[in-house]
Ligand binder design. Sequence first.
Ligand code: BGC
Length: 919
Amino acid sequence: MKNLMTWGLILLMPVVSGCRKGRSAPVGVQHLRCEYLVNPLGIGERRPRLSWTLESSQRGQKQTAYRILVSSDEANLAEDRGDLWDTGKVPGDRTNQVVYGGQPLTSRQRCFWKVQSWDKDGRPSAFSPPAYWTMGLLDPEDWKAEWIRADRRPPESRIEPLAPGPPPPYFRTEFAVQPSLQRATVYVTARGLFELRLNGIPVGDDVFAPEWTDYNRRIQYRTYDVTELLRPGKNGLGAVVADGWFSGYVGWRKNRGNYGLENSLLVQLELDYADGSRASIITDETWRWAEGPIRSADLLMGQDTDARLAMAGWDAPGFDDSSWRPVQAAEPTGAELVAQPSPPIRIIAEIKPASVNESRPGVFVFDLGQNIAGWARLKVLGRAGDRIKLRFAERLNPDGTIYTANLRDAKATDTYTCRGGEPEVFEPRFTFHGFQYIEVTGYPGEPGLDAITGCALSTACPETGVFQCSDPMVNRLFSNLIWSQRANYISIPTDCPQRDERLGWMGDAQIFVRTGSFNTDTAAFFTKWMQDVADAQSAEGAFPDFAPRLNDKVLMGFEGAPAWGDAGIIIPWNMYRVFDDTRIIQRHWEAMKRWMDYLKRTNPDLIRRRGVGNNYGDWLSIQADTPKDLLATAYWAWDARLMARMAAVIDREKESAAYAALFQEIRRAFQEEFVLEDGRIQGETQTGWLLALAMDLMPENLRPRAADRLVADIRAREGHLSTGFVGCAHLLPVLTDAGHEATAFGLLLKDTFPSWGYSIKHGATSIWERWDGWTEERGFQDPGMNSFNHYAFGAVGEWLYRYVAGIDLDEEIPGYARFRIRPFIGGGLEWARAEYDSIQGKIISGWSRREGGISLEVRVPPNTSAEVHLPCTDRSEIQEGENPADRAEGVMFLRREGERIVYEVASGTYRFNFPLSRE
Ligand code: BGC
């Protein structure tokens, strides 16, 4: 009863305090983050940045001052003592990117913190609930552990292409814990991938660490609090180390060992006792190793496990390891050991199969109903030695068998040999596949649907965006692009999760970054990857085509490609715009400048023809060939413009002016070279016009004509697009900005070839790499390059958020401190709605048709304001709630803009009703 009462009160509270005339509580402070992460362990930044959001049910609420307390001790913090940092009352509305400025932080430092905020009327909030972070090992000297490895002959698999690597070694040690243990923290990494286990229990729920970097330069370690896993007396610590990106197959190289062939392990477990003493359990030559049930494991090839070889208790104390061998010291590394700044990879969803079919006798094909990246969990009751084989595919052949031709050299096969006797569950740990279908052979008897579970893996960035509307096909499109993002944001932004590729292709990443950053909180993810990009820059200043680089002679040459290398500029720009992150600009400023110098040096005549590497052009366009020099020069101009703005942000006024001038020069050269006086553009392709319009390269007076020509080209193709990767992101935004939103909606809703809808009509559950990945006339495209899970064409998601729902950034102010709601109503949609959890809090824009017009719901988070652009010409007819909009609290008429009326709206929730000006 008491519980019910409390619930009742909680539920009622916002309603009561939300009453606009009544007295309301000051703001609440919540969602504390350090370096974009909630309660992170092992931070590597010596001056981490802090963020929070505000909650209030009152309109127009904002922060006028804040106070941050950071304490080395929880009890101190509870008593409002910030021995590490007490900012005092700091005037201002900043709620994110507050750089820690207290006592210097040292390795292992524990930091407990909370925030108080003063509202618009100067009333202080309560302190937020406490949060924490800990510092990692900041200095090389902090590492006492030694790299260890199995004492076997270095493998020679380099010689035999596509051969499996040796069985992953299992390492173990035992140690004693005294009763007065206060805290245990383990710092761990590997060359290869590790799974760490304490007393029989896996440490952490993340997989594939250390994640992909150029391991010769930088190796990330992870930090875990393992206090709860230890007990006084004897304890057992074990680790398995498999190949992964370090020594396994990556890309389409047929050889293992891109960064090395010898896997090794580094573990430092620190036990802190009540008396202040510390004991360290470290990898050293006292550890022992053996081979175990995993016979081979590779990200691309799959995992082979023989459960008959299971060694019960190997990772717990008391195990007889007399038959295990002593380890050897491994070569030290010249790479820097760094904390992982991004969220880890985890299982983010488990999917039950929709159906299972026996495609041939004894061959069972499970359909998950969803294309994912991850693995399958298998349940089986068999006899010892029964060998079950799992193969993975995205599509089926017409005869119901799995289509694997597009996997190229990725074998994507897991095998499991049963121990027998009782029900067994197999789940691999060191591989992943891109698949919707699982082929099971060798299963004892007939598997039921519950024999297989699909486990979807992804970097666990918090999901922040959702779009929904009245059209099921568009909703499927949105779901498809979400799934392709999940499947491809795996440690780094990859191109695809299934074939022998899975590289951090820069073009794909920059084209999708804005969509991706609506869907999830990508700030920490791109903070990490941008370092990979910088690490991969050539001595001449060229950014690579993919990052991390592969240390392979042939693939080393992949650099400088237009729209790919330019991601080195575009990614920091987007992080600044979306998250108000200026540190990423500061940190990579010199690298970005080197890139700009490289472009200028190689192309003194301002047309970008040289230094363009593999020059992919408008990759995978359809029946249209955009001139590559045009595309390249447009991107260079755009780089210059973004550099001018970024320079201004970090107070480099002179450089800002120089880049602004460079933009104008390239613009002029572009016009002379590619633009004709009647608004035509060289090549006359959709992408050509799109780039010229999106990147402000058309002379002002020719813009309408250029847009008309773009529309005419779409009409001539009976309403179809011809854009490839580069053009597709700009297609609908440019059309809409030019007043052709009907054409944009037409493209969105098309389902004849080529279109987004065409793939959906033919069963797509993710975004296809190519418009013609499968067609009615020709079936599957050339299997040499035919992925069904590439997110680039999913960049249309940006338009759904920014235009259909209308949630967009302010032109000048970053990080949604001020933003725009400007929905476009069209395409016959009955309603559309997006929610986006910005760094300032949740923004909502949702509209629906009602008799005589439109009803628009808007949420503007506390401490922000928005311009709301209503497609209505008659101001007197606009109502907010029951009131004329002009007189509603928090709403102020600003101006008329074309066929819209623009209001300034303070934080709060609103409902505008209005008749549509036109459609
Ligand atoms: C990848 C792409 C990538 C491209 C470069 C392909 O093999 O899958 O997505 O951007 O190569 O053109």
